[in-house]
Design a binder for this molecule. Sequence first.
Ligand SMILES: N[C@@H](CCC(=O)N[C@@H](CS)C(=O)NCC(=O)O)C(=O)O
Length: 295
Amino acid sequence: MAARIARSFSSGARLSVFRSFSSGGPAIPPLTYYSAWFCPFAQRCTLALEHHGVPYEWEEALGWTVRPSSVGEDGRADEAAYHWKSPALLAANPSGMVPTLVEPATGRVVKESLVTIEYVDDYARAHGSRAPSLMPAEPAERARARELASEINAQACSPYYSVLCKQERDDQLAAFDGLVGTLRAFGDALRDGRKFRLGDELSIADLALLPWAYRFYVFEHYRGESFAIPRAGALEHYHAWLERCLQIPAVRRTCPDKARYLEHIAKYATNTARSKVANAVRRGVQAHEYDDEKD
Ligand SMILES: N[C@@H](CCC(=O)N[C@@H](CS)C(=O)NCC(=O)O)C(=O)O
């Protein structure tokens, strides 16, 4: 079993990862990486870093503090969990979101998880990575891959937060049904025997979904058996894809411990988390529609 990167760090802790996945490969300059062990968005970036063996210095840049919530905010919680954010993260990215990458040599900042995948891919390849690219080579296929990743984000990742943060069963079920429909379409695309969403290599389309696919187990625990991802039809292909991805050592290293994560996500399941995505869902929009001012 590969060592885990996404351990439960204490806030502000730093970890240097200088292992090169493509051992014997070129020396790639390390990146500063503001991350959080529990964050599936950040896991997208970690997956790209690990795929290419880009060295990085990880700072655990988010934590949680529990304090009284404003009275009557959702009619349930007297106390809520708010993010602590590291000063270095806020200096690099004032919206205080992880993942955030900084190039130490230039001070340039890269943020937004899907963008970080493409950036890490370009950065690694510019420095001679021998790992396969996470993006297709042909321009129209690259455009389609971006579009697909963004659709997966809106239609499979965002509903995850609605299933958890919504407290009415009908709302939870509606979000879950939409999510399963998206996974079915994902599985359908794998029917031709391809290993990954775009073909026989891992790509941005897989990395967009993988951190949430790994986390869907939390639904059964917090919402019951009817929230298990079904296995029939095209979904068999989706489950086989997930198993295949989890066989890859560079993927396994990025996955947080399931028991610790289950404990962490209780804040969302009880609607006491006050993160931007949770606030967006409480405001009645999708998680990806969070607004830096309102949420
Ligand atoms: N659109 C962002 C979302 C990232 C995100 O929501 N990250 C969470 C941690 S899982 C975060 O930084 N939360 C801080 C906050 O809510 O203020 C991305 O794709 O990178």
